[in-house]
Design a protein around this ligand. Structure first.
Ligand SMILES: Nc1ncnc2c1ncn2[C@@H]1O[C@H](COP(=O)(O)OP(=O)(O)OP(=O)(O)O)[C@@H](O)[C@H]1O
Ligand SMILES: [Mg+2]
Length: 246
């Protein structure tokens, strides 16, 4: 079973005017688990997800590893090994990003097929099944410019799930969807994750929906340090604190 484990990870983003500091003292997720990351806008949720997806490298960490059931892979150093990183990403990860960019010159079906091709797992029937569950099966031959924002978001969800990833990362996957369609999207994500026993990490502002689907909550808390410097810390949120959020 897949498992990711992070210990004492730090990341700083800085430019001339500002500095943003993120700390992840401990975070782990295993196959079959669902974790939601909540926190105010700009608190670092996407930064955490980009680190998990190995799009952004941490500055330092005690441990950042993935156990795929056969070997223990050190994710803290894999970024230097470009082909190993590309292989791992393609084989294991499905990332629904906040912007969900699609290739504009390809149809929805072709966008989904690209992900399957890169992962060496072509499966048109599965792509069509996902599109049906997401309510976009009539749009498979449309190009992104011909879709609404919510339809594009669902196309991006289908693409990220189409190669049967064992780690599903979603950054506000229902941000552009009405409540009924949002529920349909989460149901599809969790159904697909169930097919492979995948781990699911989801950033969301929809506490109610995440609670309903039994996600464990983590929050990014902004702590003020001496002077004006702040640090944003990811930590588990216990059930009583969750009531306040709801
Ligand atoms: N190069 C940079 N230098 C300094 N700060 C940066 C830099 N790039 C991003 N940031 C800051 O990092 C913080 C975290 O950004 P991130 O996108 O992770 O937030 P978020 O929690 O996902 O927000 P949202 O809910 O709006 O999507 C933001 O406050 C952003 O302004
Ligand atoms: Mg974000």
């Amino acid at each position: 079973m897949i498992a990711i484990r992070i210990e004492a990870l730090n990341k700083t983003l800085a430019d001339k005017e500002r500095e943003f500091r993120l700390a992840v003292p401990f975070f782990s997720i295993a196959g079959g688990e669902r974790k939601a990351i909540v926190g105010s806008t700009g608190s670092g949720k996407t930064t955490v997800m980009d680190i998990l997806a190995m799009v952004t490298e941490p500055d330092d960490c005690r441990r950042f590893e993935l156990d795929d059931g056969e070997e223990l892979i050190d994710l803290a150093t894999i970024a230097e090994r470009h082909s190993a990183l590309a292989r791992l990403r393609a084989a294991c990860f499905g990332y629904i990003t906040q912007q969900s960019p699609l290739f504009p010159f390809l149809t929805v079906a072709e966008n989904v097929a690209v992900q399957q091709k890169v992962s060496h797992r072509p499966d048109r029937a599965y792509a069509e099944q996902l599109a049906g569950m997401l309510g976009i099966d009539m749009l498979l031959n449309a190009r992104p410019a011909e879709l609404s924002v919510g339809q594009r978001q669902r196309a991006a969800i289908a693409r990220a799930l189409s190669h049967r990833p064992c780690v599903v990362l979603c950054d506000e996957p229902t941000g552009a969807l009405d409540p009924v369609t949002a529920r349909q999207a989460i149901t599809t994500i969790l159904w697909a994750a169930g097919q492979t026993g995948a781990a699911v990490v989801m950033i969301t502002h929809d506490w109610e929906l995440a609670s309903e689907f039994k996600f464990e909550f983590h929050v990014i808390e902004t702590k003020r340090r001496e002077g004006s410097a702040t640090i944003n810390v990811l930590r588990p949120l216990d059930a009583s604190a969750r009531e306040v959020g709801l």
